[in-house]
Design a protein around this ligand. Sequence first.
Ligand code: PGA
Length: 242
Amino acid sequence: MTVNVLNDSTALAEAVAEKIAAFVKANPGALMCFAAGDTPQKVYLLLADKHKSGEIDLNTMWFVGLDEWVGLGNDDTGSCRQVMYSGFYDLAAIDHSRILAFDGLDENLDRQCQMIDKWITDKGGIALTALGIGMNAHVGFNEPGAVADSLAHVVALDDTTLNVGKKYFPSGNVPGKGITVGMAQLLAANELLLMASGECKAEIVKKALQGKITGAVPASLLRVAANLTVWLDSAAAAALVK
Ligand code: PGA
């Protein structure tokens, strides 16, 4: 595991965007899996700019959605699909045929999981994933109690996730279930990028990086991957023991 600490969230986004851009140049045809939280949004803006300026060609890549709230689709504000399409894929005009994301509206969620599992397998596995960390250390919707060998699955969301989720759903109606790419699929990636920004993440970052490796702290499971790089701003890194 390598930990990179940048001065602030802007420097963090620039560094991660550089890293992903270099990967895109070196690995055309590879599958990437990006998180839909607040932390990486600036990274996506920078990547879209790099794509539009011709520095990188995102249309040489494949994409898989990391997770989704069950019961939400394209048209729902706060859905991961909407965040990713409006904040990245459509901003960069990425061809929709290169993207597969969970449809949280499908009444057959097993079918959604099978579709995502097959897409990942068919593309040779996830080559790069860029993840945020939840206040309960979830990655995607791999919630506390996560296991390292999971594929795509539906999960009852943890209380912390439901609470934090209110920021996406001002009405207070936070969906109770999620659907997510599994830990095994993330752990198999050639490049795992874990990002955190802000002092509110400092304690959970410490727990994930320096505490026990346990499914109770899902992000800690990523430490078994040799190719994990952690990207923090100085506020998120503040509680780490040097
Ligand atoms: P955030 O979400 O980037 O909005 O803090 C992180 C997460 O829940 O994975």
